[in-house]
Design a binder for this molecule. Structure first.
Ligand SMILES: *[C@@H]1O[C@H](CO)[C@@H](O)[C@H](O)[C@H]1NC(C)=O
Ligand SMILES: *[C@@H]1O[C@H](CO)[C@@H](O)[C@H](O)[C@H]1NC(C)=O
Ligand SMILES: *[C@@H]1O[C@H](CO)[C@@H](O)[C@H](O)[C@H]1NC(C)=O
Ligand SMILES: *[C@@H]1O[C@H](CO)[C@@H](O)[C@H](O)[C@H]1NC(C)=O
Ligand SMILES: *[C@@H]1O[C@H](CO)[C@@H](O)[C@H](O)[C@H]1NC(C)=O
Ligand SMILES: *[C@@H]1O[C@H](CO)[C@@H](O)[C@H](O)[C@H]1NC(C)=O
Ligand SMILES: *[C@@H]1O[C@H](CO)[C@@H](O)[C@H](O)[C@H]1NC(C)=O
Ligand SMILES: *[C@@H]1O[C@H](CO)[C@@H](O)[C@H](O)[C@H]1NC(C)=O
Length: 492
């Protein structure tokens, strides 16, 4: 009895403590490569271009009375220079300052994610693409709002399933990133019963020279003819476009074959949506001279593209991001000269997407922490991270994004198909379908399914009214038919 009273008392004290009206600080530690992004190369990784997303997110959280009631969020930050050692030093510093979670880092994150786990702190990255941190046994507190390329397989699979294609060939690019991705895609497809008949290596986009490399590339398409009808380009867009021209020359674009191409560069998708002729435009003179052939070849192609960003909320966010870039504590000069609100200049520069990923990282942490506290669970890094697994969230990009069971954000792709533009000789690529998450009631896991857009038909080449089959009726080597005339099809 005495024990029970004591327990009740303790509980009461705890309750009083938690419901005390004084507000409690939740301090976040931002790790960001501010000016130097050495290893990543691309200058648009520079934090000075999007760091203010952190301040915007924190303000939005604090402004909402129903999010983390009785608490207010603050943050401290350190420049990591994209160096692992600097990142680790900054983490130790931030731990001594009492941060409850890490936002970041950019660049590599496997070692920092282990440290975060050992201190039971949630770590939410807006940029890191290390594949190994998806492994939750070692990295239980790590989450990311940045979709890594290995996450393409679910979309691809749902597309193949939709059209009942079970046999494919893969053309992949001679670049580490794409080679690794090819390995992942092949693994994922095979595990789901898809036959990968061929895996053929093509040139690095930057090194491809039509006059020297055409024969080799065309040979790849010739080989595929013998083995597959559904061809997936695991490559950058431009080299896939070259491949389409070879497919055209091999008479593979008249309806029996289907080609699947990726365009994962948001910037490029934006440009090509605004100026559709750029989908078929080449920087190689000899390919450009055959613009109409390339365009015709695209009748046999689908493009799996990241969603183009047109939502009002995102446009508003990027405006605010630029205007607040000069604020404390970042004092960025990155947009100097481009900040006249509403002017031509201010609209011209588009901030990198990392701003949105950073915003989402901070905001989704607040939502997850709120959920944890609401359920009276201890706010450990792992428990908070679990609230960011297998859920969908409203991204500042203007659409829903899904965190998978490892807390990795998934791509939100659309399927594009070619259409003539009315009253012109031009063509464009328009969305004919999307990928949605369907939750399995038993496993509670989300699975992607392909969903057609209503009222928009897919245009198949060669007058077809439906998708081609993935193999000739008797198989590529007659193996599916028996008998003297090889006319009787075996059950599939
Ligand atoms: C992190 O930032 C704080 C505040 O600017 C600074 O005092 C500290 O030295 C930095 N630590 C590291 C390791 O960069
Ligand atoms: C961590 O990432 C670095 C750089 O990508 C890599 O060289 C290293 O092998 C990784 N370590 C582990 C344990 O995966
Ligand atoms: C692929 O790249 C390697 C090294 O970068 C090179 O030796 C090889 O010839 C390339 N192969 C093709 C098909 O481009
Ligand atoms: C094509 O190959 C020739 C001989 O192998 C080489 O001299 C030339 O530089 C190559 N051209 C291009 C554009 O790479
Ligand atoms: C493609 O079709 C045309 C016209 O039917 C034919 O002349 C040409 O030889 C074919 N090319 C190949 C590579 O099959
Ligand atoms: C946050 O938690 C509180 C309870 O502590 C709850 O009333 C509120 O609805 C939650 N907010 C959100 C956005 O889920
Ligand atoms: C993509 O966005 C749609 C619409 O907002 C959403 O229903 C869907 O679940 C998202 N897909 C993924 C993979 O996040
Ligand atoms: C799954 O659960 C939802 C809501 O709980 C229900 O509406 C739906 O019918 C269920 N689906 C299946 C296949 O059981």
């Amino acid at each position: 009895m005495a024990m029970q009273t004591l327990a009740t008392l303790t509980w009461l004290v705890a309750l009083l403590h938690f419901s005390s009206p004084t507000t409690e600080e939740v301090k976040l530690g931002l790790l960001i490569p501010f000016k130097r992004t050495a290893r990543l190369g691309y200058s648009f990784h520079r934090g000075e271009l999007y760091a203010s997303a952190m301040s915007i997110a924190v303000d939005h959280i604090n402004q909402r009375s129903d999010l983390l009631p009785g608490k207010y969020v603050t943050f401290i930050w350190n420049d990591t220079d994209c160096e692992e050692e600097k990142t680790l030093q900054a983490m130790v510093y931030q731990l001594t300052q009492g941060v409850s979670a890490f936002i970041g880092p950019g660049c590599t994150c496997n070692t920092s994610a282990r440290i975060a786990a050992s201190f039971k702190k949630t770590m939410i990255s807006y940029m890191c693409s290390n594949p190994e941190v998806s492994y939750k046994k070692l990295y239980p507190t790590f989450i990311r709002t940045f979709a890594i390329d290995t996450k393409l397989t679910p979309s691809l699979l749902s597309l193949l399933n939709y059209f009942n294609w079970k046999r494919v060939a893969i053309i992949y690019e001679n670049v580490t990133k794409w080679i690794e991705m090819k390995t992942n895609v092949v693994k994922g497809l095979k595990a789901n019963g898809i036959i990968v008949a061929q895996e053929l290596l093509t040139h690095h986009t930057a090194l491809y020279r039509p006059q020297n490399d055409s024969d080799y590339y065309r040979g790849i398409l010739r080989k595929i003819k013998q083995e597959a009808r559904i061809v997936i380009f695991v490559t950058d867009f431009p080299i896939a476009q070259e491949g389409m021209l070879h497919a055209y020359d091999e008479n593979m674009t008249n309806g029996d074959y289907v080609f699947i191409i990726f365009e994962l560069d948001q910037f490029q998708v934006g440009i090509k949506t605004d100026q559709p002729f750029k989908w078929f435009f080449s920087s190689h003179r000899s390919t450009l001279d055959r613009y109409d052939d390339v365009k015709q070849a695209f009748e046999a192609a689908f493009v799996l593209a990241v969603k183009s960003l047109s939502s009002k909320s995102y446009v508003k966010f990027t405006e605010e991001l630029k205007i607040r870039s000069t604020d404390e504590p970042f004092n960025s000069k990155a947009y100097t000269g481009y900040l006249f609100q509403g002017s031509f200049l201010a609209n011209k520069i588009k901030p990198p997407l990392y701003g949105a990923y950073l915003y989402d990282a901070v905001y989704q942490y607040a939502i997850a922490l709120n959920k944890t506290l609401e359920k009276n669970q201890p706010a450990t890094g792992e428990i908070i991270a679990k609230k960011m697994q297998n859920v969908q969230y409203d991204s500042i990009l203007g659409y829903k994004i899904h965190f998978d069971s490892n807390g990795d954000a998934e791509f939100n792709l659309t399927l594009l198909d070619m259409r003539p533009i009315e009253k012109s000789a031009q063509h464009e690529m328009i969305p004919v379908g999307d990928f949605q998450i369907k939750y399995d009631n038993k496993t509670k896991k989300g699975e992607q399914i392909f969903v057609r857009r209503s009222g928009i038909a897919i245009k198949w080449p060669g007058g077809r009214t439906g998708p081609p089959r993935d193999s000739p009726e008797c198989g590529f080597h007659g193996e599916l038919c028996i008998g003297p005339n090889r006319k009787i099809r075996l059950g599939v």
